[in-house]
Design a protein around this ligand. Structure first.
Ligand SMILES: [Zn+2]
Length: 564
């Protein structure tokens, strides 16, 4: 893979163009322009594995505890440190922002990944968070390879490790999802690999990282592992009686796979493949996670991670839990079984690391990119509050209201992710002050059903807000990329189909995620003290004596550190 020289590395960091960078610049220049000091092998672990479990709610740990084996989640919790009250401190709680925030130790306001997809007023286009029109695929010609971290505006833990070690630390990202691999690893990463489904079934990358796949990736893609999973059926791992934490298998709150009528086991891969995107079917089953774990072990060997004096970082994201969660919801046997199988995959990975690197020679942290809402069609059937939101209807209602107030015109150019974008050219043409229009529409918006509150861009830019959710909105707000108004729904409301679930809100079901630290430098224990997602990177950087990511706003969880 392409290796960046010092000058290149530094110029790439400069192009991230962040205000905070100015404050960090002297320290980084010193680290980069002088040879790194001889490594102290006692001051860092051999390898850090940062695990993100996509859509993992905090409560899954206790809910499924009795069904876990002894070597996976139980080993991490019992022998590691568990921060039990750690939350996302911003909205929107989506995958791209979540992965970026864990590893940059900051929020969308600084790292710039404000959504998975955001509207760009200058072009009228929707931007996907890890897309890159200048990138070309390496290992696949799929459009799913035109990806890179170029929208990421702040440094990651891995970027800082490479600066400190004079580029001798290796940083690799791996996930089924491109954004789950690319954003955690950061702009100066050695590599990021994601899974291309369809008829290909391969791990691939883009030319951001280099011009050819390493031999070990080609060898892995040729080894038949993905096609072997396509011959399998997904059945319950344990006896049916073990799934009493979940609903009956056949219920109205889960979405069946395409081409089928009932959401029930067993799921036969070969029977489902044609209607569900061929190899893409693996992403929506636990086989996708097992394939990810297997590829991660191949990466540890292929890249010789943890084998020299300079600490390496593997950013490993398990994406299948999110696909299964969306389709079947948080109450399903499918999601429970997905976690029981991930538990076994984690146990195997930990055993592998013990044998390869030695016990306590590696550091693991595990968290999630967001939680997930209880399925409203189910919870409302049990008389809970909540329901479904239709953003196209509110967009039309805002447009009609503005026509009533201001006359005919195409006033709203986009409404997405609870962001409303006005037609700036029309406002300018009519000589209307944006802040006045924002305020008038926001005041009307909060009178509408199921909208809890609304913030204007003007108020967010001036920072004069006093509302319990104001900090969460502020930390997710980027003046260049966010809308004229950001609104919050009432709790329990989602924009989604009636089966399965989603996430994105600032409410506890979406913000509360597990944060577990295990291994090198970690003190056994747990805490109920409140922490934020941005504290994870700070904790790991403190333990390993790394510089914090340049826009980090986190504080280390001192209780987790064995020798703080
Ligand atoms: Zn996600």
């Amino acid at each position: 893979m392409k290796k960046f020289g010092s000058a290149q590395l530094w110029s790439m960091v400069l192009t991230t163009g962040l205000l905070v960078l100015a404050a960090c610049k002297p320290a980084q220049q010193t680290a980069q322009s002088q040879p790194a000091a001889a490594p102290n092998t006692n001051s860092q672990p051999k390898l850090i594995i940062g695990i993100t479990v996509d859509q993992m709610r905090y409560d899954y740990i206790q809910k499924y505890w009795n069904d876990f084996g002894s070597g996976g989640f139980k080993r991490l919790v019992n022998d590691g440190f568990f921060a039990r009250n750690l939350h996302y401190n911003y909205m929107p709680t989506y995958t791209g922002p979540g992965h970026a925030s864990i590893f940059t130790g900051t929020t969308p306001a600084y790292h710039g990944i404000i959504q998975n997809d955001w509207y760009e007023p200058a072009t009228g286009k929707t931007i996907y968070c890890s897309s890159d029109s200048n990138a070309t695929g390496v290992g696949s010609t799929s459009s799913g390879c035109k990806m890179s971290p170029h929208y990421l505006q702040s440094s990651t833990m891995g970027d800082e490790m490479k600066l400190l070690s004079n580029n001798r630390s290796k940083v690799i990202g791996i996930a089924l999802k491109d954004r789950g691999a690319i954003l955690p690893a950061g702009r100066t990463a050695d590599a990021a690999y994601w899974f291309i489904g369809g008829t290909e079934g391969v791990w691939a990358t883009s030319n951001w990282y280099g011009d050819a796949l390493p031999a070990w990736v080609n060898a892995y893609n040729a080894n038949g592992e993905a096609s072997a999973f396509m011959k399998q059926s997904w059945n319950l791992l344990l006896d049916e009686s073990a799934y009493d934490e979940s609903m009956a298998d056949n219920n109205a709150y889960e979405l069946p796979f395409k081409g089928t009528t009932r959401p029930v086991f067993p799921y036969v891969m070969q029977a489902l493949a044609a209607a569900n995107g061929q190899y893409d079917i693996l992403k929506a089953t636990p086989f996708g996670n097992s394939l990810t774990a297997s590829f991660a072990r191949a990466a540890i060997e292929g890249e010789q991670l943890g084998q020299d004096a300079f600490c390496d970082l593997l950013c490993l994201s398990f994406s299948a839990t999110d696909y299964v969660g969306h389709q079947f919801g948080i109450h399903s046997r499918e999601i429970q079984d997905c976690y029981l199988r991930l538990d076994r995959d984690l146990a195997e990975l930990l055993n592998y690391l013990d044998n390869r690197l030695g016990k306590d020679q590696y550091l693991i942290f595990l968290s999630a990119d967001h939680g997930g809402a209880p399925t409203p069609s189910y919870t409302t059937s049990e008389k809970a509050a909540g329901g479904y939101w239709k953003s196209d209807q509110i967009e039309m209602a805002i447009e009609n209201k503005m026509i009533e107030w201001y006359g005919a015109g195409d006033w709203v150019v986009n409404e997405s992710n609870c962001n409303v974008f006005f037609n700036a050219a029309l406002l300018a043409q009519k000589n209307m002050a944006a802040k006045d229009v924002q305020l008038r529409v926001a005041e009307w918006l909060v009178t509408q059903p199921n909208i809890a509150t609304a913030f204007t861009k003007h108020n967010l830019m001036t920072g004069m807000l006093r509302h319990p959710m104001a900090d969460a909105v502020q930390l997710g707000f980027d003046p260049e990329r966010s809308g004229d108004i950001i609104y919050i729904l009432e709790p329990g409301y989602i924009e989604y189909g009636m089966q399965g679930t989603t996430h994105g809100s600032p409410y506890r079901y979406d913000t509360h995620v597990p944060a577990i630290f295990y291994g090198w430098g970690i003190r056994k224990g747990s805490t109920h003290a409140p922490y934020a997602i941005t504290d994870i990177a700070a904790t790991v950087c403190a333990i390993c004596r790394f510089n914090y990511p340049n826009a980090s706003i986190g504080k280390p969880i001192l209780e987790a550190i064995s020798n703080p």
